[in-house]
Design a protein around this ligand. Structure first.
Ligand code: FES
Ligand SMILES: [Fe+2]
Length: 362
């Protein structure tokens, strides 16, 4: 079989949605702190139902969320003996390896093969990363989100999440083309002055980095209280996409014409995890860098950034992206966008994404 053309010629980088997921990749299942020892939760990731639980020793396991007996969801059960899930329905117990370790009925016999599938899951950068493919999971391939490891909590906003009822690629498109901040987040993250920006795109292996810079702009609201008294700024951001949906933004403002590193801003962390083709669990937080404000106000600023970013994603981006999904679905799958200069980042990542999908389908 000649496989080269499938990789060299991905299906259609102008397609709005690729129609398939990359499976051999790390996805963020949830924030680590949202799972206490002894807690079990259910998640849907790439259309698969998964029960995730934390053992008494702090380690985490992920199992198919479907009991091997009569298929009750395991996340309805509870963690017992510190290291296993007891099914809520008839009490079978499964350990972190997926093996049934207790049958409370009859002679207690456990038939060979009475087990459930497991998923590799790793705690890193304050998140739980799950591997959805059948190739070996390599934790060293978890992308670098080390700004999240900071211990100065007053500089870190709430580790938050929302559900967006749309394909995750529409959210990646949104984040890799930050021209929308001048319109959708006018006054908050951008304004009229930031429309005119210089855009750069670089590819670093399978990562795509998009930069955007504007000069001598009125300072947008979210930055104004990080740099009090400054009315006009040069504003910049670079956002790094790592397949399939993990993105690290570094955003900043500084006095016009000065060294960008003398300014201030934040890392924006965006973990997009597809639940289904039409729903995305969007995890986010922000970590400030080169904090210029006094420590007495940083707790308040932390709160403000948390609230404003959640508002921006849930109340401004979310409704437009969901409506965009509805419009695409109503029109059929063959729509092709009329691309503009601002779309260079989204087009580049789509090519990488579709190559990764094509490679898995060989
Ligand atoms: S369905 Fe789980 S023990 Fe019966
Ligand atoms: Fe946005």
């Amino acid at each position: 079989m000649n496989v080269t053309p499938r990789i060299a010629e991905p299906r259609n980088t102008r397609a709005m949605i690729s129609g398939s997921f990359v499976r051999n990749a790390w996805y963020v299942a949830m924030w680590a702190e949202d799972l206490a020892p002894g807690q079990v939760v259910g998640r849907v990731i790439l259309n698969e139902n998964i029960a995730i639980f934390r053992k008494a020793d702090g380690s985490v396991a992920a199992l198919t969320d479907r009991c091997a007996h009569r298929f009750a969801p395991l996340h309805l059960g509870k963690v017992v003996a510190g290291d296993r899930i007891q099914c809520a329905y008839h009490g079978l117990e499964f350990d972190g390896s997926g093996a049934c370790v207790l049958n409370p009925h009859g002679n207690g016999r456990i038939a060979p093969g009475l087990r459930v599938k497991t998923y590799p899951i790793v705690e890193k950068h304050r998140a739980l990363w799950i591997w959805m493919g059948d190739k070996p999971a390599d934790p060293s391939k978890i992308p670098d989100f080390s700004p999240l490891d900071t211990r100065e909590e007053s500089h870190v906003t709430k580790r938050d999440w929302i559900i967006i009822k749309a394909n995750y690629e529409l959210v990646v498109d949104n984040l890799l083309d930050l021209s929308h901040v001048s319109y959708l987040h006018d006054g908050l993250l951008g304004n009229e002055d930031t429309i005119d920006s210089e855009i750069s795109v670089e590819q670093d292996g399978d990562a795509v980095v998009v930069g955007r810079k504007s000069t001598n702009s009125r300072i947008p609201g979210l930055f104004a209280f990080q740099m009090p008294g400054q009315e006009r700024v040069d504003k910049w951001n670079t956002i790094r996409w790592t397949a399939p949906g993990n993105m690290l933004l570094r955003s900043g403002v500084h006095k016009p014409g000065t060294d960008p590193e003398t300014g201030t801003g934040y890392y924006g962390i965006h973990f997009l995890t597809p639940e289904t083709e039409r729903t995305t669990r969007y995890h986010f937080t922000a970590v400030r860098w080169n904090v210029l404000t006094d420590s007495s106000v940083n707790e308040q600023i932390r709160e403000k950034i948390s609230v404003m970013r959640r508002f921006a994603f849930a109340e401004q981006d979310g409704p437009v992206i969901e409506a965009q999904q509805v419009a695409i679905d109503q029109a059929g799958e063959d729509l092709e966008p009329h691309l503009l200069s601002i779309d260079v980042g989204p087009v580049r990542y789509k090519r990488v994404l579709q190559n990764l999908i094509a490679q898995e389908q060989i």
